[in-house]
Ligand binder design. Structure first.
Ligand code: NAD
Length: 268
């Protein structure tokens, strides 16, 4: 049985994760952490997530429960995630990180723990998205140098704070790697005013923020005479939460290293 604690347990993903852990026969809920000073300290995690009493109370510091935890699941903000990673390193714990929007410096800091902490870090924990990444790699390899323009369009709910989404960036990276075109050089993230015609090798990104959209990504490969579109639509956060719990069980038996969902579902 893998003992899991959830950071950001009052958040959109946090509350869904409580449900996902409860539904998993091989995982048990060892704790949930809310923001320091939150009025939710002491609240029952089951009641917080709309499932009725579970007998596990929210705390506002990981240090209070870390000894009773095997794996931490963290869907919060980059700074919170990095400070929890340091605590995992100190206490010999494992972590699944779903947080997106890390800067290059923050990514380098995260990577610095790969020799000490077994971690799964993925901008999207859904099995469907991770299969889509494989399809995109194949498509980019076959079409990238054959005159197809590549554009990534992503849509999310109005509360999302980073753009483009971590998933859109990951899609871009996978295709850029397959075509040996560094995304830093060929990614185009903004077009406004007299920006001139599209160049052949750029990978364009467009972002939609509206309403309650859980997460949609389309990659378009367009050329004279035809267009291929590969689309993934998430209709519930449960798909990310179930993937994260699966990742937690998987990483509970792995040595230190930085893994992603492709490793967890055996696509690497
Ligand atoms: P959210 O704002 O609903 O939840 C974040 C929660 O973190 C909030 O409840 C906040 O109170 C809490 N928090 C902030 N500081 C904290 C601290 N010090 N300790 C404990 N909790 C703290 O956001 P969300 O929609 O749940 O998304 C969270 C992150 O997960 C974002 O980066 C989002 O992009 C990412 N995300 C990833 C995936 C994936 O599959 N990898 C899927 C969905 C969302």
């Amino acid at each position: 049985m893998t003992r899991i604690a959830i950071v950001g347990v009052a958040g959109r993903m946090g509350r869904t994760l409580v449900n996902a852990v409860q539904q998993d026969a091989e995982a048990t809920l060892a704790g949930g952490i809310v923001e320091p000073g939150s009025s939710l300290v002491g609240a029952d995690l089951g009641e917080l997530s709309g499932q009725g009493k579970l007998g596990v109370a929210a705390v506002d510091s990981l240090a209070q429960i870390v000894d009773d935890v095997d794996v931490l699941i963290d869907f919060t903000t980059p700074q919170v995630t990095l400070s929890n990673l340091a605590i995992c390193a100190e206490h010999g714990k494992r972590i699944v990180i779903g947080t997106t929007g890390l800067s290059d410096d923050e990514l380098a800091e995260l990577d610095g723990y790969r020799d000490r902490v077994p971690m799964v870090f993925a901008p999207n924990m859904s099995v469907g998205v991770n299969l889509t990444l494989k399809l995109l790699e194949t498509a980019a390899r076959a079409l990238g140098d054959e005159g197809y323009d590549i554009e990534v369009i992503e849509s999310h709910h109005r509360h999302k704070v980073d753009a483009p989404s971590g998933t859109a960036l990951k899609m871009g990276e996978v295709m850029a790697d397959a075509m040996a075109r560094p995304l830093k050089e060929y990614g185009v993230f903004e077009r406004v005013g007299q920006c001139g015609p599209r160049t052949d090798k750029e990978i364009g990104f467009a972002t939609v923020r509206a309403g309650d959209i859980v997460g949609e990504h389309t990659v378009m490969f367009a050329t004279e005479g035809e267009r291929i579109e590969i689309t993934h639509k998430a209709s519930s956060r449960m798909t990310f939460a179930k993937g994260a719990v699966r990742a937690a069980r998987w990483v509970s038996e792995r040595p230190a290293g930085r893994y992603d969902m492709q490793d967890v579902i055996g696509l690497n």
